[in-house]
Design a protein around this ligand. Structure first.
Ligand code: GCO
Length: 262
C-alpha cells in the first residue's frame, strides 16, 4: 500500500475530502500536487501540511471545467514533480435547489465541474500513463451515484455520470495497466454537508442529521479520514487488478433499508 516515489494530483484538494486525501497520500509517501480553483490560502495550507509529512507538494490553480487549464496543470505537475502516477478527480460543487427552480446554466455548471472536470483531467493524464503502461485514476463519486433525493438533481446526475465515466475509462484503458475506480463517500461531516447538520433554533438536531444517522448502520456521519483508506488502496499496487469499481465507504447506508420509526 506504500505510495513512496509516486506523484499524485488531487483536484479540489484545498479542503474537506480533497484535503484529507492529499494528507493521507502524503502519509503513504506520495508527492502531492494540490489543485484549487479559488482558495489559494487553503491550498497552500494543505501543501504545507503535506511537506511536514516529508514529501514534496505544490499548489496549482485551475478550474477543472477548463480543458486548457487542465492540460497546463498536468504539464506543470510533470515539470515540477517529474511524473504523475495518481489522479484523484475530487473537484466538485453542490447546489441544493428544487429542480423546477434551477437554471440550465446552474445545472450545467455542476455537471461541467464534476464530469467535465474529470474528463478534462483524465484526458490530460492518460497519454503519459499509456506511455508508461501504468496509472491510477480515482473518481470521487457519491451516494448520489446510486440514489437520488430532493434538491440535488444536478449533483446526482453528475455523480451518476461520474460512475459511468469511471467504468468507461477502465474499459477503454485497462489494457495499458491503467486502473480507474471510484470511491463513494457516504454522508461525511464537511463544509459541504454542514447545512444538513445545523442545530435548529430550538437546539434540536437538524431533521436530516437525525434521518441520516438513523439510516446509517454505523449510527454516525463519516469523517473525511474515514474515506482516505479506500483511496490509498485504489492508488496503490494493492488494487492493480481492481478496475471500474466504485468502492463505497458509507457506514453501510447503501446496504440498509432502514429501521421502523420507534
Ligand atoms: C446531500 C449531500 C450528499 C453528500 C454526498 C453523499 O445533499 O445529499 O450533500 O450529496 O454530500 O455526496 O455521498
Amino acid at each position: 500500500m506504500s505510495l513512496k516515489g509516486k506523484v499524485a494530483l488531487v483536484t479540489g484538494g484545498s479542503r474537506g475530502i480533497g484535503r484529507a486525501v492529499c494528507l493521507e497520500l502524503a502519509r503513504q509517501g506520495a508527492d502531492v500536487a494540490v489543485n484549487y480553483a479559488g482558495n489559494e490560502a487553503a491550498a497552500q495550507e494543505t501543501a504545507q501540511a503535506c511537506r511536514e509529512l516529508g514529501v514534496r507538494a505544490v499548489v496549482i490553480r485551475a478550474d477543472v471545467a477548463d480543458a486548457a487549464a487542465c492540460d497546463a496543470m498536468v504539464a506543470q505537475v510533470l515539470e515540477q514533480l517529474g511524473r504523475l502516477d495518481i489522479l484523484v478527480n475530487n473537484a466538485g460543487l453542490m447546489k441544493r435547489v428544487p429542480m423546477v427552480e434551477m437554471s440550465h446554466a446552474d445545472f450545467m455548471r455542476v455537471i461541467d465541474v464534476h464530469v467535465g472536470g474529470a474528463f478534462n483531467c483524465s484526458k490530460a493524464v492518460l497519454p503519459d500513463m499509456i506511455a508508461k503502461r501504468e496509472g491510477k485514476i480515482i473518481n470521487i463519486c457519491s451516494m448520489m451515484s446510486e440514489l437520488g433525493r430532493e434538491t440535488v438533481s444536478a449533483y446526482a446526475a453528475a455523480k451518476g455520470a461520474l460512475k459511468m465515466l469511471t467504468k468507461n475509462i477502465a474499459s477503454e484503458y485497462g489494457e495499458y495497466n491503467i486502473q480507474c475506480n471510484g470511491m463513494g463517500p457516504g454522508y461525511i461531516a464537511t463544509a459541504q454537508t454542514a447545512p444538513l447538520r445545523e442545530v435548529q433554533p430550538d437546539g434540536s438536531r437538524h431533521p436530516f442529521d437525525q434521518f441520516i444517522t438513523a439510516k446509517t448502520p454505523a449510527g454516525r456521519w463519516g469523517e473525511p479520514d474515514d474515506i482516505v483508506g479506500p483511496c490509498v488502496f485504489l492508488a496503490s499496487h494493492a488494487s492493480d487488478f481492481v478496475n471500474g469499481q466504485i468502492l463505497y465507504a458509507d457506514g453501510g447506508i447503501l446496504a440498509y433499508i432502514g429501521r421502523q420509526p420507534k
